[in-house]
Design a protein around this ligand. Structure first.
Ligand code: APR
Length: 235
């Protein structure tokens, strides 16, 4: 089958080798924090200081990490792939854009963005939010992390749905397949008749759904897959 249109989904595993912690598993973020304490609208209402501190620390930590070979390989694919391509990331770090990816959607928000709870404006933001800075648009001191918390609607779902419906190949990289709707994308892709490929350190919850799964570190699997795609125009 000729591959023209590719949709790639990434999760925390692609940034693990850059030093950004994943969520689940031994050193995962959700081992040190309860999701319901920091990643829900209720948590933010109950203890905004704790939630802002959690995200301020993660935002500050981005300054000490760099894109790895997997991010760079996907940026190369974006630049050189002649057909349609969409990179959908669940990650809130900025490593894909720093590597050079352009056709990119952050479905779970971005650490480097602040969302005003008063006027709804999203503003690029690299500093802390815990000290109640005013919204640059409306001046209300009600900025929150521009992160899609549990119970909130992921971003860009229409564009993602359209791209998956039209893709020939769906590739999932570094995600445990534990969180919907992203965990269901492989089924949407199969329904659309696309081939499906998983690249992940370990078998994930979704592995049986994929036509093919390759297991190992993203910094090895992703550059090798990209090289193959660009050489053969096929996965
Ligand atoms: N290379 C490839 N995969 C890796 C690597 C690596 N070096 N290290 C870890 N992984 C894999 C793990 O095996 C695991 O399957 O990455 C996956 C990470 O899973 P999670 O920690 O669950 O992260 P993710 O799937 O992105 O989580 C989804 O959950 O809490 C929410 O909003 C948060 O976007 C996040 C969502």
């Amino acid at each position: 089958m000729t591959i023209r249109s590719i949709v790639i989904l990434t999760g925390a595993g692609i940034s693990a080798e850059s030093g950004v912690p994943t969520f689940r598993g031994p050193d995962g973020l959700w081992e040190g924090h309860r999701v319901e304490d920091v990643a829900t609208p209720q948590a933010f209402r109950r203890d905004p200081v704790l939630v802002q501190r959690f995200y301020d620390a993660r935002r500050a930590a981005l300054r000490n990490v760099m894109p790895n070979a997997a991010h760079l390989a996907l940026a190369r694919l974006d630049a050189e792939w002649p057909g349609e391509l969409l990179l959908v990331t669940q990650n809130v770090d900025d490593l894909h854009e720093r590597a050079g990816s352009r056709r990119l959607l952050h479905m779970h928000g971005e650490l480097n963005s602040a969302l005003c709870a008063a006027c709804g404006a999203a503003t690029p933001w690299t500093g802390d939010l815990g000290d109640h800075p005013p919204c640059p648009r409306c001046a209300a001191p009600r900025l929150r992390p521009d992160i899609v918390w549990f119970g909130e609607m992921p971003y860009h779902m229409d564009r993602i749905g359209d791209a998956i419906a039209a893709c020939d190949l769906f590739v999932s990289i570094g995600t445990s397949g534990a969180v919907y709707p992203a965990a269901g994308f492989v089924e949407w892709a199969r329904d659309a008749g696309a081939s499906t490929l998983e690249l992940n350190l370990d078998p994930s919850a979704g592995t049986p759904m994929f036509d093919e799964a390759r297991h190992g570190p993203a910094t090895q699997l992703v550059p090798a897959w990209v090289e193959m795609m660009l050489r053969a125009r096929s996965y």
